[in-house]
Design a protein around this ligand. Structure first.
Ligand code: PGA
Length: 260
């Protein structure tokens, strides 16, 4: 991954059957027919059962594939789990980890996320690690402490050789569209978070390596606000939930990154 920007589609469980997936792919292909991103890597993270469909139907030279979670062991007696090794073998190159919905509904802790990050890296995929404060933490003015704790605990076993193979996503939980935010962070708030993440990384890994680590933003990004909240805050990309389900909106977001 050498491109300047990253735009990641997190479909969650929103495209929920084969037909919806096929429609999405058809419409997205139409929008991107004569388009080839030069500066922007497009990463599509469908629900795992549909990975094959994407693998078969999209032009792999134009897009990369990722998934929304994985387990921390490669194989064994773990009923119901899907390992990084399996996902790698069917074409995934990226894994979203630590998403707040996984923390909320599955009680995922930083220590488990750390194990998953290690496993994803061992399988030569890139983890997209979500960090960010929830609404109570924001109200208590704990944003910076929360971000630092998450980084420290999740990156505990990631050494200098691997940090540039991770992607860090600042995603304030309260700003995610399904949490019905009455406002979203300003470009300044996002820039502050980006600088804090950078400072942590520089202290732990040194300046030279850190320049190569991608830091992106997630939370209610749409084609109309992407310029202000992602580009003006200096973020290297975006994690898109709701807007990714609409192929045309998603493509417009990609274009914003490509043109700016
Ligand atoms: P949203 O979701 O773009 O719908 O806010 C982002 C996410 O949860 O990753």
């Amino acid at each position: 991954m050498n491109k300047k920007n990253l735009v990641v589609a997190n479909f969650k469980m929103k495209l929920a059957n084969k037909l919806e997936i096929e429609n999405w792919i058809r419409n997205f292909k139409k929008s991107t027919k004569n388009f080839s991103a030069k500066k922007t890597e497009i990463i599509l993270c469908p629900p795992t059962p549909f990975l094959f469909q994407f693998e078969n139907l999209i032009e792999r030279e134009k897009f990369s594939l990722g998934v929304q979670n994985c387990f921390w062991e490669d194989e064994g007696a773990y009923t119901g789990e899907v390992s990084a090794k399996m996902l790698k073998s069917i074409g995934a190159g990226y894994v979203i980890l630590g998403h707040s919905e996984r923390r909320k509904y599955f009680n995922e802790q930083n220590s488990e996320i750390a194990k998953k990050v290690e496993r994803v890296l061992k399988n030569r995929m890139m983890p997209i690690i979500c960090i960010g404060e929830n609404v109570e933490e924001k109200k208590a003015d704990l944003t910076m402490q929360v971000i630092l704790k998450q980084l420290k605990e999740i990156l505990v076993n990631v050494g200098r050789g691997n940090i540039e193979k991770t992607i860090l996503c600042y995603e304030p939980v309260w700003a995610i569209s399904s949490n019905n935010p009455d406002k979203i962070p300003t470009s300044n708030d996002i820039m502050e978070a980006r600088l804090l993440i950078k400072k942590f990384l520089v202290e732990k890994y040194g300046k030279n390596i850190v320049e190569r680590v991608k830091i992106i933003y997630g939370g209610s990004v749409d084609p109309y606000n992407v310029k202000e909240i992602c580009l003006e805050s200096g973020m290297g990309g975006a994690l898109i939930g709701s807007a990714s389900v609409k192929p045309y909106d998603f493509f417009k977001i990609v274009q914003e990154f490509e043109e700016n």
